[in-house]
Design a protein around this ligand. Structure first.
Ligand SMILES: [Zn+2]
Length: 427
């Protein structure tokens, strides 16, 4: 199914040309040509390219703010980070982290406030099922409270910080929550990790997080009686493998916690099961129930999200087998991951993070080059391809996970590639 992605015709490596010191010398080449892309790839990174990426990131951010906040009359219809207005707030927070522009932080907090009131108002009309979905950073009200608390901290507003933190603490998991990242326990735990990273180690005590970790493992073992992996989880009737709803996402979060030796063995065993049962192409199946179609190379399902989890495993356990598997998955992403979509969840922007993650772990500059290649492909021709209809701008075109806000987020991350983290996945 070659029509899902562009054939990657970019060279395996392009050395930087240190003699290029003025951007103007590049600008004369028309964008969207083979020549213009190669020239972008040869720009000296820290002195020229990273400035150019930062400028584009800021321009994109302005557009996204106008589209999702200004032109909507500051009304919030979808508050979530994944497809809604909180994604704009998260992008502003990222912009603040890179540029230290306090206006971004101010606007970020203003948007969070609107998301907060929208999410609490809509709460009254929600069904039981919807309320269950509020516990995660990506899709729930937990994201509003957690980002609110963290942004308030950087603003130096302790009262506001405590307001949002108290609100987060009111959010409770129930027995019938799922275990996955999007709507379930793993997504709730990720939110706790985000809070502890920014507000201090014991903001959410390890005992309460540990109890949820044990619950996840207990649930995973229960289903493993069906055979195969030592841990299995079900969501909407499927035993998914990927980052969004499946094993990769849950294992990724578990590895951020102190595990007992038998738990470590089960996490490792689960990852090994996936590695041993991947497709001959090196890509990974969508779910245990659907292991025949080798077509999806997304963060949400397929090699990219699983590669990030394998990098994490290599980092945490130090086992060579996980690093090798991560590198193999990254080859799939390089060859089949230049998707005809722009976003983080199932687009080029998200797939670029596989190379950034491997670069952070190994320091191998070829991985930085590959991240740079995916990013420069977007910088050079993303808009043109979307205008022509050759690339899909997402069902929610200005959103963080499906639209161009994800591309802006990647551009900001490429300014400081060693600090890059896949949002809502790598802490
Ligand atoms: Zn997706």
């Amino acid at each position: 199914m070659a029509d899902r992605y562009f054939r990657n015709e970019m060279p395996d490596f392009v050395p930087e040309n240190q003699n290029i010191i003025e951007e103007e010398r590049i600008e004369i080449h028309r964008q969207g040509t083979e020549d213009s892309l190669l020239r972008l790839l040869s720009l000296p990174y820290p002195t020229v390219l990273s400035h150019r990426l930062q400028r584009s990131a800021i321009d994109l951010k302005e557009t996204i703010v106008v589209q999702t906040w200004g032109l909507t009359g500051q009304r919030v219809e979808d508050f979530t980070l994944y497809t809604g207005t909180l994604g704009t707030a998260f992008l502003l927070f990222k912009s603040f982290q890179v540029t230290h522009n306090k206006n971004d932080l101010n606007l970020c907090l203003e948007i969070i406030k609107a998301c907060d009131s929208s999410s609490s108002q809509s709460r009254e009309s929600l069904s039981e099922d919807d309320i269950h979905m509020e516990v995660t950073f990506m899709c729930g009200r937990a994201g509003v409270s957690a980002l609110g608390a963290v942004a308030a901290k950087y603003m130096g507003d302790d009262q506001l910080l405590n307001h949002y933190l108290d609100q987060f603490k009111e959010i409770k998991l129930s027995d019938d929550h799922s275990n996955e990242l999007f709507h379930g326990r793993a997504g709730y735990l990720w939110t706790c990790l985000f809070l502890n990273k920014h507000l201090g180690k014991d903001t959410i005590p390890s005992t309460s997080m540990g109890a949820i970790v044990r619950e996840i493992i207990k649930n995973g073992r229960k289903l493993s009686k069906s055979g195969g992996s030592p841990l299995w989880f079900e969501f909407a009737g499927h035993r998914y493998w990927g980052a969004a709803h499946g094993l990769a996402g849950i294992m990724h979060v578990l590895m951020d916690f102190e595990l007992k030796s038998d738990e470590i063995e089960d996490v490792k065993g689960t990852l090994r099961y996936m590695i041993e049962n991947r497709f001959p192409s090196g890509n990974y199946p969508y779910s245990e129930e659907d292991k025949s179609r080798d077509v999806i190379v997304h963060w949400c399902h397929g090699a990219p999200g699983i590669a990030l989890t394998l990098v994490k495993a290599a980092e945490v356990f130090g086992d060579k087998e996980f690093l090798e598997a991560a590198m193999n998955a990254a080859e799939v992403v390089w060859n089949r991951g230049l998707l005809k979509k722009v976003g983080l969840c199932h687009g080029i922007s998200g797939n670029a993070y596989v190379f950034l993650s491997l670069y952070r772990l190994t320091g191998v500059v070829e991985y930085l080059y590959r991240a740079k290649a995916f990013t420069c492909f977007l910088l050079d021709r993303g808009h043109m391809l979307m205008l022509r209809g050759d690339m899909h701008g997402g069902d929610n075109p200005f959103s963080l996970f499906e639209g161009i806000a994800g591309m802006a987020y990647l551009f900001f991350d490429m300014v400081q590639p060693k600090n890059a983290r896949f949002p809502c996945y790598e802490v």
